[in-house]
Design a protein around this ligand. Structure first.
Ligand code: AHM
Ligand code: MG
Length: 339
């Protein structure tokens, strides 16, 4: 049995910036994840369900647990002292820490503290998604160049899934590893070493309800998924939980594609580049899969806003390439024609 901390310490030597600081940073994330996990697990009991009453930057109602998770991750990262600033789905502005240790922290984190929040009340898996950047110069104060960086600059990324069991999956660019929380001792234990996304799969995950507003390429790709062709395992199965982390996690293990495309109503889709798309894109690539906006690699998109949205096609390499083929063929002008 290897715990998360033992594993990180061991792997530290492989990490390009072998410092104890990164170990402590991941440890802080692990601690906050356990606290959030405890609340998620008793969500049905505690008087914690329901709306917090605020509306976040995206105009969505914030649920109590979203707010709780945001507070816990922010607190853990601030006190940990390794992280200088947080970009969070729940905060309109970047939160820059002003305590002495954090000011000099070498990392910046983009995080969705509790994703899939519409699933909280119904006991369906939810997750935390995070992306870690190393600052260019941690002696300086945080500025825009530290914040608006493409995913290719990431030092690490991961997620926590609060599901039938709770897992933390992360990568520092050298393989993807998964740890399951043993609730009896409160430790994350290495349970899924060297995770590999199957090159091909037979599951597609997309919210079909928006069909009428999908670009033609997506409509055609969905029909392709539904056609009978035993040689290519079609028709594929459709599985859509509505929690990015849970849909991605299943596809990571089984093989599959998750698509949140742009639509004629929302040409940039729904998901946020910095703290939803980039982390899963990073993990997909390091597990042998692929991620794009239908045309170009997600990790190469240059952000110009911390809450920017982008369409997401992520999962098994062959499936993503097939979907892109349909986009190029039938929707090459999308989304420009709708913007
Ligand atoms: P959230 O950050 O408000 O929870 O939204 C993100 C979630 C993803 O987890 C999920 O895949 C998607 O939104 C579902 O959206 P939709 O209900 O439009 O299919
Ligand atoms: Mg989210």
């Amino acid at each position: 049995m290897k715990t998360l901390i033992e594993f990180i310490n061991e792997k530290q030597a492989d990490f390009p910036y072998a410092t104890g600081e990164f170990t402590r940073l991941l440890n802080d994330i692990g601690i906050a994840a356990k606290i959030v996990n405890r609340e998620v697990n008793k969500a049905g009991l505690a008087n914690i369900l329901g709306y917090e009453g605020n509306t976040n930057i995206q105009g969505e109602d914030q649920k109590k647990l979203d707010v709780f998770a945001n507070k816990e991750f922010t607190k853990a990262l601030k006190h940990g002292g390794q992280c200088a600033a947080i970009i969070s789905e729940e905060d309109e502005e970047v939160v820059i820490f002003d305590n002495e240790t954090s000011k000099k922290g070498k990392y910046i984190i983009a995080i969705d503290p509790l994703d899939g929040s519409s699933n909280i009340e119904v006991n369906v898996s939810i997750g935390t998604v995070f992306a870690i950047y190393r600052r260019r110069d941690h002696h300086e104060s945080v500025h825009n160049e530290d914040l608006l960086r493409p995913g290719v600059d990431l030092a690490a990324a991961g997620y926590v899934i609060y599901g039938s069991s709770t897992m933390l999956v992360y990568s520092t660019g050298n393989g993807v590893n998964g740890f399951t929380l043993d609730p009896s001792v409160g430790l994350f234990i290495l349970s899924h070493p060297e995770m590999k996304l199957p090159e091909d799969g037979a599951i597609y995950s997309i919210n079909e309800a928006y069909y009428n507003n999908f670009p033609e390429g997506i409509k055609r790709y969905m029909k392709y998924c539904q056609e009978e062709d035993p040689a290519t395992n079609r028709p594929y199965k459709t599985r859509y939980i509505g929690s990015l982390v849970a849909d991605f996690h299943r596809n990571l293990i089984r093989g599959g594609i998750y698509i949140y495309p742009g639509t004629t109503k929302n040409p940039a889709g729904k998901l946020r580049l910095l703290y939803e798309c980039n982390p899963v894109a990073y993990l997909a690539e390091h597990a042998g899969g692929k991620a794009s906006d239908g045309f170009k690699r997600t990790l190469e998109i240059q952000p110009n806003d911390i809450h920017q949205r982008t369409p997401l096609f992520v999962g098994s390499k062959k499936m993503v390439e097939k979907a892109e083929e349909f986009m190029r063929k039938y929707s090459k002008d999308f989304p420009d024609e709708y913007l």
